[in-house]
Structure formats: structure tokens, C-alpha cells
Design a protein around this ligand. Sequence first.
Ligand code: FAD
Length: 315
Amino acid sequence: MNPLSPNPLAPNPLAQRASRFANSATAPMQVSFEFFPPRTEEMERTLWEAVSRLAPLAPNFVSVTYGAGGSTRERTHSTVKRILGETALVPAAHLTCVAATKSEIDAVVDTYYAAGVRHIVALRGDADGGVDARYAPHPGGYANGAELAAGIKRRFSDIEVSVSAYPEKHPDSADLEADIDMLQAKVDAGATRAITQFFFENDLYFRYLDRVRARGIHIPIVPGILPVQNFKQMQGFAGRCGTVVPAWLKARFDGLDDDPATRKLIAAAVAAEQVLDLVDQGVTDFHFYTMNRADLVYAICHLLGLRPDTKQKAA
Ligand code: FAD
């Protein structure tokens, strides 16, 4: 065969791409966006720019992370309240068990409920004594995500509860089966969606999904996607939460420390590749860790076929 003439038996990449978009037209994509509460006025402006830009994409919900300690809690509450008051978005408030008794956590749940929140992302959280500290439940507190999910559902059966899942195993877990035991306990407690820790190797997600389904767990396991806005910062997060940073990913960002414009293009290409491969394998729901920045996430959603819904009230 002439090496320069196309091989008629090779898969046609253009046809493959066309079928991907045909699938996405029949199975509309559902996305959710995660934000963190701002610490300064400038961060507040950045957050609201991101919310305004992403709101017209009509996400399924937008979630707001939660930290231990009074001032961080307050920032979560006020961000959630502002989303409820000034946008048509559905907020999901994160809540952790860290450094609080059950009755203190229950009071937070009551406050959210009174404000109109009907979706909570229930988490154990991390030890509040620094990165190397080992987690110990607060005396009188909820011990883990499953106990918290049960506590929320006992108070308000109409609150939707989402929880975490770890395709690469949580660092505290003895093994993946122990992790899936915890996921099962969360489902038994009333959780109806799990959102994964971010990952870069899609095969790991699908292997995890197979094991979860084999255990008879059928709630959506929504992939958490982190567009890499800052490679070094991401490596730090990944090290702490047990996400593998593959050598191929590191190689793609090599030599770009002083070249933010190229870094951004690479980040968009990497995230697009990951998300479109998931779509090709049948995934229709995505949770984006936005880091309060809209541009990469907006571009990826555009690739997914999402277009602004002009009726959606932006911030
Ligand atoms: P759990 O699901 O309760 O436990 C995680 C795993 O660790 C379990 O599978 C279990 O097997 C194992 N485990 C738990 N406790 C023990 C123990 N004592 N001994 C041995 N094994 C144990 N953190 C925040 O602070 N604020 C947030 O808003 C936030 N949002 C998040 C959102 C998502 C989608 C995800 C995936 C994580 C988020 N985190 C957040 C991080 C999370 O708090 C940490 O990963 C934390 O270490 C575990 O919380 P969890 O709810 O996943 O824990």
C-alpha cells in the first residue's frame, strides 16, 4: 500500500467526531460548577464574574465549598445566600463534619433550609490541624460523610444529598473496597449522587465505576473535572488527595512556567481531550472544579454542546 494514500480500513476521525456530537444531541449534557467562597473583595469580584459568565449555560446546580472555622463558614453561607437571592441558579451548599458537634452542624443545616437551600454536598472534611494532621472526629460530632448524610436526611427528607467518591481511593482508606463500603453507607443514608475527586486517567474512573456497579450501587457517579489553571498548585492538591498526575500530563506543561498564554491553551486542550473521551464512553454528567474562573470551563461546556440560555437570569 502506498504509505501516502489513506488507509480505507482505518477509522475515520471526522466520522468519529460527528457521531460523538450526534450522541450528545440525543443525550443532553448536564453540568454543575463548583466555586469556593471568596476571601477578599477582589476575589469576590472574580467569583461573580465567573458566576455571571457560567450561569447562562443553565447548570444543573452550582456548589459552594465549606471550610472549618467561623469566618470561612460565614463566607460559604453568604455566597450561597447571594446565589439564591440574585440568580436563578440552584445552589448546593457543601458541609463538613470538621470541628463541630452534631447539634452545631444541625443548626447549619436548619439555617440553610430556612434560606431555601434544598441540596447539600455532605462531606467529612479534613483535619483542621494542617496538611499532615490525621483526621479525628469531633467528640459529639458526625464521624464521616455517611453519618452526616444520614443526619441531614433525618432532619429534612426533601434535601437532596450529594457525597464524594474516590476513583483512586481516599488516602485514609485501607483499600478501594473500604472506600466503596463508605460509598454504600452514604447511599444507604440517602445520598442520591456522588461527585468524584478530580482525576486525569479516565480508565481509572471507568474501572472504579465497574466496581461500584458490581456492588449494586446505582446512583450517578459524576466525574469531577479540574481544568488545570495552575499546574504547580494542582500538583499540590493532587499529592494531598491521592490523585495520580501522569507523566504525560507533566510533560505537556514542561517548560511553560513563564508562558501563561501557552499554558492556558494546553490546559484547554487537556481538559477537552479528557471530557470528550468521557463523552465517547457514554458520560453525560460533569462537575467542574472552576477555581472561580469561567473561561476554560465555559470553553469546555461549549465543546459539550452547551449554549447560553438567554432566559437564564445571570448574577
Ligand atoms: P468520607 O467519605 O467520610 O471518607 C473518605 C474515605 O476515607 C472513606 O471512603 C473511608 O473509607 C475513609 N475514612 C474516613 N475516615 C476514616 C478513618 N477515620 N479511618 C480510616 N479510613 C477512613 N473538603 C472541605 O473541607 N470542604 C469542601 O467543601 C469539600 N468539598 C469536596 C467536594 C468533593 C466533590 C470532594 C470529592 C471532596 C471535597 N472536599 C471538601 C474534600 C474532602 O473533605 C476530603 O477529601 C476529606 O478528606 C474526606 O471527606 P469525605 O466526605 O470524602 O470523607
